[in-house]
Design a protein. Sequence first.
Length: 291
Amino acid sequence: MGIVILGANGNLGVQLQKQFKDDLIAAWDHADFNFLDFNELTEQLKKIKPKIIINVAAYNAVDDCEKSEKEEALAYIINRDLPAVLSDYCLINDIKLMHYSSDYVFGVEQRRIEAYNELSIPGPINKYGESKLAGEKEIAKRALEGLNYYIIRSSRLFGPKVNNQFSKASFFKVMLNLAEKNRQVKAVDGELSCFTYTPDLAEASFDLLSDNAPRGVYHLINSGLSTWYEAAEHLYNMFDFDLELLAVKSEDWFRPAKRPSFSVLKNTRRRLLRPWQEALNEYLKSENLIH
């Protein structure tokens, strides 16, 4: 297919490289060259002439984005301006763009109980979510001119560790580390969303392209919904930890950025992915944490 991946060394990027290994012509990360130099990026794309661009590059330091104007500006460069440049390149050269977004484009409806489908109207409540929505809008503008694209929204990614110092540890890895050092662990209860296992997301992305599915927005997440506390409780029940897990309200856990109380995504356009609990079991085996 002639694919290039941007953000290739992150957790999802590594899994995408495995899925598309037979069609990959380039896998770029910030260590290869500064693809935020958009002139340089365009020149590199012209050299290899891809047929499909997969953009996994993202700014996802949700709290840092709230604390600093410099960080907020960087979030918009990566989450809005980069997708805009890629959209222009794909439109001009008649190639396909696959771009990853987030459940945090939703959240303004704090008392919502119905999952957001692909046509639900976004409404973010933090600057990170605003920057991700801005990227979606840049793609949507080019879609009106004929851009062939996929916007994939997902949430709470976790997966096998990668050799990348900038890659964030998954929630489950963080909770396991806390369990090793503490007799009491706290987790936020009340922020309802979906977990997504990166190998499953990469496979679903591969299927989307292989099927030449209609362009547009897709929600790809593992089945089932959970709060952070419920997920931690399920995790700890799989181990014999001597600790107390405490549920904490969102408002009692200070973080610079507001989090949605409800950002559950509903997949209505593709096959449903397996339950997150099954994916978690596979993840723990891949890390040699269970047998």
